[in-house]
Design a protein around this ligand. Structure first.
Ligand code: URP
Ligand code: ZN
Ligand code: ZN
Length: 465
């Protein structure tokens, strides 16, 4: 059994910061011991990694990605191969992607299709949520089977009528089913029916630029849908996880629900924490790069999101990585913002941007690890295999240089997309080395992994309840 020792670093988990050496045996964390102790110095090893001056972190868990997603008349540009490689470069060693049920087809067929896309292609481990597009007797029954086999969370949409949209009755039925089988409903909370009216009116009045995407997807319509989702979950007696929360009033709805003791959780994404409607309004169709839903909001919302992350009103930061190239994809919406494919790249930079938030004083180091590693693992039934550094956990470990300076750019990133949403942004902190189940994937900033190393992760039910 191969043995690796990581020595000299500061081990940071959601609960602790300890100057400890880490012993890895057969792909798992075997032991931690304080630097210089007899225990640590007695370890023999095949490989020793010097982490002096570095943080030793659990690998990031990005619980919201869309590799190769068919959407808006095109496909998300990252494949499972390129997207998981980029994830590894950024210190993310687990993704949970969304398999999609096609209208009129079974969940099983959708899941099989996503397995075929991902199988033998991933650089890091991966699991699946299921998008429920067609709630009916048969798909409700299938939910039970999926939960039993490790697909334990289901995304429903109050947005995108005619595509993924479910009405309140269908949502309630799915939530009732989840309350019985232990599944977690993930909600895209925007009132899509009302938004479509506003889209039609904006286009008829000649308001066609990307910035109007943000205008029509109103804060009130995110907050209203969030409120409605909470009440439906309450009636069903089901837990609820609201994805990509962007608006202050939506945070308020989640906080109010949690204050009542309801099992309601919220996720936000780096784009809502670092970007704003100013980006959507960039001239010359540049704003299309920032079109995603929920949309970017005015900058004032960011402080409420940071506060929500500190207070645990929001528990998770995922990326909603859904990249479309500017050239040929985002451009499909020139002259009509509603035709711009919705989604942004981000899987590579979540850990770094959140570390910058530590540097800037928004988060503590442990909270950084909690919202990016431990909580998503707990939320989606992967803990403590993923999300922490403790004996028995998978040896998904990031050696992180907190003092390194880098400039984010499409020139240097590894995602298969022709722009960066953070072009030119200077951040402090960078991944040095990444292990996935004890195997180096990034070594001293060189990619040494391979497609197919990443394995499929059947998941347990939510451990955050
Ligand atoms: O704009 C987004 N968020 N695209 C991906 C699909 C979704 O709604 O998460
Ligand atoms: Zn969504
Ligand atoms: Zn998404």
């Amino acid at each position: 059994m191969s043995r690796t020792v990581i020595h000299g670093g500061l081990v940071v988990t959601a609960s602790d910061e300890i100057h400890a050496d880490v012993l890895i045996e057969g792909g798992r964390i075997a032991a931690l011991a304080a630097h210089g102790t007899d225990a640590a110095t007695s370890w023999s090893a095949d490989r020793r990694i010097d982490a002096t001056g570095m943080y030793v972190l659990p690998g990031g868990v990005d619980a919201h990605t869309h590799m190769e997603m068919p959407f808006g008349g095109t496909y998300a540009a990252d494949t499972f191969e390129t997207g998981t490689r980029a994830a590894a470069w950024g210190g993310t060693t687990t993704i949970v992607d969304f398999a999609i049920q096609t209208m009129g087809r079974s969940l099983r067929e959708g899941l099989d299709t996503w397995h075929a896309k991902a199988d033998a292609r991933c650089a890091v481990d991966y699991g699946f949520h299921m998008i429920l597009s067609d709630v009916n007797e048969s798909s409700l029954k299938e939910m039970d089977r999926l939960v039993a086999e490790g697909v334990t969370s289901f995304k429903l949409f109050m947005a995108y009528p005619g595509v993924f949209y479910s009405d309140d009755g269908r949502i309630l039925r799915a939530m009732q089913r989840a309350s019985g089988n232990g599944g977690l409903v993930m909600m895209h909370a925007e009132n899509g029916i009302a938004i479509d009216v506003l889209v039609e009116q904006a286009l008829a009045e000649g308001r066609t630029d990307p910035r109007y995407h943000g205008d029509v997807r109103k804060v009130a319509l995110e907050a209203e849908a969030t409120h409605r989702a909470v009440q439906l979950a309450r009636v069903a007696g089901a837990p609820l996880y609201v994805v990509h929360v962007s608006a202050d009033e939506a945070v308020d709805e989640i906080a109010a629900a949690r204050h009542k003791g309801l099992p309601v959780f919220g996720e936000t994404c780096p784009q809502y924490l670092f970007l704003s409607t100013d980006n959507l309004a960039e001239p010359g169709f540049e704003g299309a790069k920032y079109v995603c839903s929920t949309p970017l909001r005015p900058r004032e919302h960011q402080e409420v999101l940071w506060r929500g992350l500190r207070n645990n009103e929001l528990q998770v930061v995922s990326t909603d990585h859904c990249p479309f190239c500017f050239s040929g994809q985002k451009e499909m919406g020139r002259g009509d913002f509603s035709k711009i494919p919705n989604g942004m790249p981000g899987v590579e930079h979540r850990m770094d941007l959140l570390h910058q938030a530590v540097v800037d004083g928004h988060l503590s180091r442990r909270r950084w690890v909690e919202i990016a590693c431990a909580s998503p693992a707990r939320m989606f039934g992967l803990y403590p295999k993923k999300g922490t550094i403790a004996p028995g956990a998978d040896a998904d470990v990031v050696i992180y240089d907190p003092g390194a300076e880098q400039t984010i750019s499409a020139e240097t990133h590894h995602m298969a997309v022709d722009y960066s949403a953070y072009e030119g942004r200077r951040v402090t902190g960078q991944v040095r080395t990444v292990l996935s189940r004890g195997v180096p994937v990034i070594e001293d900033r060189a990619y040494v992994g391979h497609a197919g190393h990443g394995t499929y992760l059947p998941r347990g039910t939510c451990q955050y309840l």
